[in-house]
Ligand binder design. Structure first.
Ligand code: NAP
Length: 488
């Protein structure tokens, strides 16, 4: 297994990934499913060693890590199940009509793996969105080889996870280079991997500057490739008037929990709260400030993230017209939750306040009326999530807001908090740019596999040469669209 790679030997890695991809393509989905299950088993076998190492590297508490490990193995098993069921290839068959003028040929289509995929794991999800996380699991399920560029903030965790995958490769007799784990000492290595001719796609979770840089490297290739960068979001929450009149305190308590969950280190953290000036919005602000003051300062993932949080929040706080409602005593070790407010007019005029402050930070924008609230919300579009806190009366009185919500974000929540992303078929973890570089695809849930495939059409293909999913007798018994009719 590769552990250190420099700019000079990325070619060796990518040539191996290319060859392994071709070999892996020939392996039946049922065997790939066993391989994914085996990775989950090997991760579980790492037991407390894994949890202890990650705890030391990331400051994340054990219960959170146990939950995230469960999610990671569940994702692997979910994709294994998808492969066994088989319909994911979206097979369709349009049979020939020879006596049509001109004659209609036999045309069959299915999805196939796109090629070697580079995964840049997230620092804030050392298991579920890193080395053996959702991007790797979905790409391996799609039939792609994977090269993980290890995140430097949890390198030991990443190496241990990679060793679990290597064991699964050996046990299942998969091509050795179907998964490679590389560390890098400069951006040049990541850039060389993205720009290598054999690379077919890239998955990334992290900062806007990182995700956009990888996207630009890919666009500058002679043959551009897709880059699925998930770059975070401010996740605007709309606090509608009737909900505040009836429930301001409870909503504030709910949001104090969401803003501080995981020390605010979630891309779905609610960073911008929008409401229309009223006494109930004032009491929401008072309760939220009180609740956040009770939250103990906590360690962040690494000192770089802590420093970035302190710098960005300090910059936001010093802007004219911004009121700070919580203590602002920061330390070199822990992050203090921060809650500020500003008028809609000042917010509109100052784009710096629209930026994500990654950490336990939220700003309340006090709008003078619904028109100003909608104007601000529209400017913020390009989000992973947006949340409407409202009663039935609110949704009737503000129908335009309900109608507009899907234009803002990939996930629209009603009366909840955006932190917490369920892994299921209907989940969308994506959104218009700059939340993601391709809003058509989700990074979470079974549909994440669609980022790593492309459709291939077989025209007049002799039946003995057809892929098994497209054969007349449907040996896999999968659901297929045959001459416009769904059939097994
Ligand atoms: P990051 O700086 O975006 O880095 C993530 C990965 O991308 C690392 O492996 C990094 O390589 C690589 N990378 C970044 N810029 C690159 C470039 N120009 N060329 C090649 N490779 C590049 O993310 P981070 O270290 O996890 O955290 C930094 C900030 O990102 C945080 O303060 C926060 O604002 C944000 N963040 C957002 C999310 C989210 O969910 N959207 C999650 C975590 C962090 P190196 O190893 O060489 O650094």
């Amino acid at each position: 297994m590769q552990t250190i790679v420099s700019f000079s030997n990325t070619d060796t890695v990518m040539q191996a990934a290319k060859l392994a991809f071709t070999q892996y393509q020939q392996i039946p989905d049922a065997e790939k499913a066993n391989f994914l299950d085996r990775i989950a088993f090997e991760i579980e076998t790492l037991a407390d060693d894994l949890i202890n190492i990650t705890q030391a590297e990331t400051n994340l508490p054990t219960p959170r890590l146990l939950g995230e490990r469960g999610r990671t193995t569940m994702q692997l098993r979910m994709f294994a199940q998808m492969l066994r069921e088989g319909t994911w290839v979206e097979a369709s068959i349009d049979t020939a009509i020879p006596d049509k003028t001109p004659p209609k040929p036999d045309i069959r289509k299915m999805l196939v793996g796109i090629g070697p995929v580079i995964v840049f794991g997230a620092s804030n999800f050392p298991y579920a969105y890193s080395t053996a996380g959702g991007d790797t699991a979905s790409a391996l399920a799609a039939g792609c080889s994977v090269v993980v560029k290890a995140h430097p903030a949890h390198i030991q965790t990443s190496t241990l996870m990679a060793s679990a995958i290597a064991k699964a490769i050996e046990f299942c007799k998969m091509p050795a280079a179907i998964f490679q784990h590389v560390t890098a000492d400069s951006f040049e290595t990541g850039k060389a991997l993205v720009q290598h001719p054999a690379t077919a796609a890239v998955g990334f979770t992290g900062s806007f500057s990182g995700g956009k840089a990888l996207y630009d490297y890919a666009a500058a290739r002679p043959n551009p490739i897709p880059v699925f960068s998930e770059m975070g979001s401010t996740n605007p929450v709309l606090l509608l008037p009737n909900a505040l009149e009836t429930n301001a305190e409870n909503i504030a308590k709910q949001y104090a929990g969401s803003i501080t969950l995981g020390v605010g280190q979630f891309c779905t953290n609610p960073g911008i709260l929008l409401g229309i000036a009223s006494t109930s919005l004032d009491s929401f602000a008072t309760t939220l400030a009180t609740e956040l003051a009770l939250a103990a300062p906590s360690k962040m993932l690494h000192t770089g993230i802590l420093k970035a949080y302190q710098l960005k929040s300090a910059k936001a706080i010093e802007q004219a017209g911004v009121t700070v409602h919580t203590n602002n005593i920061q330390s070199d070790i822990t992050a203090q939750p921060l809650f500020t407010s500003v008028s809609g007019e000042i917010f509109l005029a100052n784009p710096l306040l629209h930026e994500e402050v990654f950490g336990p930070y939220a700003i309340l924008v006090v709008c003078k009326n619904e028109t100003e609230l909608i104007t601000i919300w529209e400017i913020l579009k390009g989000q992973l999530t947006t949340t409407l806190m409202g009663t039935a009366i609110d949704f009737e009185n503000h129908a335009a807001i309900v109608q507009m919500a899907p234009q803002i974000a990939g996930r629209v929540l009603f009366n909840g908090v955006p932190t917490g992303v369920e892994v299921c078929a209907s989940m969308v973890h994506s959104g218009p740019f700059p939340a993601c570089t391709d809003s058509r695809f989700t990074a979470v849930g079974i549909n994440a596999v669609k980022r790593w495939v492309r459709p291939v059409c077989f025209q007049n293909c002799p039946s003995n040469l057809l892929p098994i999913a497209l054969k007349d007798e449907n040996p896999l018994q999968i659901l297929r669209l045959v001459d416009g009719e769904w059939k097994r």
